[in-house]
Design a protein around this ligand. Structure first.
Ligand code: DC
Length: 212
């Protein structure tokens, strides 16, 4: 049996990254940001001059993609040619193209395999869109973290990022493979009127209850 896997899913700017990171810290588990993995493939395609909407061309890159998915302490990290990728994964160009790349079944198959690999060795808190539905459908620890559209847009604006999260969520929810959807057995956590500490305490209490 694998160590525990905590699945945190939800739309863009729902606060799930911040919450997932803090839960991982509190439990001493490894934090895995799967959005960064889809962003890395998108970034690489753009680097190579490949149109992210050209599925065949993106798939052609996957065989020997020089990107590795590892760990920096207890947090997932992405390496390219000996350096860690960071800010380049969050540009407006990557934001605008990541949903197209994430809709490609071959990309998802490759990344889901890497995501599951993390959990063969250690307990993880993994955040994304399909963690509870596809990556770890058997885990009893599933949380769907969301917030109203207004609150999410305000959070993004406060980060200095202007992007249409509504449009990205629409694409992520409507794709045919592994769409963004709440797993039936996930606990819905609406963070619109909750502070971060409150959300973390609520989820950790639920995890501890299920672990005991
Ligand atoms: O969490 P994020 O905003 O960094 O994710 C970027 C994109 O990656 C998101 O718009 C959809 C895709 N994604 C996905 O399809 N499945 C995941 N498990 C995580 C992210």
């Amino acid at each position: 049996m694998n160590p525990p896997a905590i699945a945190i899913d939800g739309p863009a700017a729902s606060g799930k990254s911040t919450v997932a990171k803090l839960i991982a810290k509190e439990l001493g588990y490894t934090f895995i940001n799967t959005g960064a993995m889809y962003r890395a493939v998108t970034w690489y395609a753009l680097q190579q001059g490949v149109n992210p909407a050209d599925t065949a061309a993106v798939c052609g890159l996957l065989g020997d993609i020089p990107i590795s998915f590892g760990k920096d302490g207890s947090v997932s990290c992405i390496m390219y040619c000996g350096r860690m990728l960071g800010d380049e994964l969050r540009t407006a160009e990557v934001n605008a193209n990541v949903s197209a790349v994430a809709a490609i079944p071959e990309v998802r198959a490759l990344l889901v395999e890497k995501q599951r690999e993390y959990n063969t060795r250690e307990a993880v808190v993994m955040e994304g869109r399909d963690i509870g539905t596809v990556v770890f459908p058997e885990t009893p620890f599933k949380y769907f973290v969301t917030a109203s559209e207004e609150v999410r847009a305000a959070r993004r604006a406060a980060e200095g990022i202007t992007e249409s999260i509504t449009e990205r969520d629409r694409k992520d929810s409507q794709r045919s493979v592994s769409p963004l959807v709440k797993a039936e057995d996930a606990l819905l956590v609406d963070t619109s009127d909750m502070g971060i500490d409150e959300v973390v305490a609520f989820i950790v209490a639920d995890i501890n209850k299920k672990l005991s």
